[in-house]
Design a binder for this molecule. Structure first.
Ligand code: GLN
Length: 192
């Protein structure tokens, strides 16, 4: 299996490091042809406006939309924003997932925080019992989802922070910044 990580901006190196630790072949994606032969793609955290601008400049918007029709894509934080259909403002979006997202939704005093989340789907898929320690950095929330989208996790205040629609996955937090590899393992099962 070969998984690409969109490497235009943000913390793509951290995702690549986790994938390597799991023994997966990786590729940095900067141009449309880098998508050839990939089984799945991760869009990292960073700044969604910058990722959108660079994806437009490198003619990646259409190839990424097409890739997502047939292959697994996982967006973390800025990547989740970029995957969504609606964020209530104008910036380039792939529009692949039927979710409405609000950027920087946790306000200033909670700009960054960590929380233990009960994620039954992850526990079941990896045959583990521990809660998932999630790191949020100027994180978005998933305001609402359409009916074929499954809610995977909610923050302690009840707001949605992870969702799945078929082979598409969105998390408001950063699994690439902790040692827990269960979310990456879960994504690999979607890409398989
Ligand atoms: N606040 C960023 C945005 O709106 C996302 C932050 C992140 O990816 N950690 O794109």
């Amino acid at each position: 299996m070969k998984i690409g990580v969109l490497a235009l901006q943000g913390d793509f190196a951290e995702h690549i490091a986790v994938l390597k630790r799991l023994g997966v072949e990786t590729a940095e994606v900067r141009l449309p042809e880098h998508l050839n032969g990939l089984d799945g793609l991760i869009i990292p955290g960073g700044e969604s406006t910058t990722i959108g601008k660079l994806a437009t400049a490198y003619h990646l918007m259409e190839p990424l939309k097409e890739f997502g029709q047939r292959h697994a894509i996982w967006g973390t934080c800025a990547g989740a924003i970029f995957l969504s259909k609606d964020i209530g403002r104008d910036q380039p979006l792939l529009g692949l997932m039927d979710i409405k997202v609000e950027r920087n939704a946790f306000g200033r005093q909670l700009d960054s925080f960590e929380a233990d989340l009960d994620i039954p789907e992850i526990k079941k898929a990896t045959n583990t019992k521990d809660d998932y320690h999630a790191v949020f950095i100027r994180a978005p929330i998933i305001e609402s989802v359409q009916e074929d989208v499954r809610i995977l996790a909610s923050a302690p205040d009840g707001r949605i922070v992870a969702a799945q629609q078929g082979h598409l996955l969105a998390t408001a937090f950063h699994p690439e910044l902790t040692k827990d590899t269960r979310f990456h393992e879960y994504f690999l099962s979607l890409a398989d």
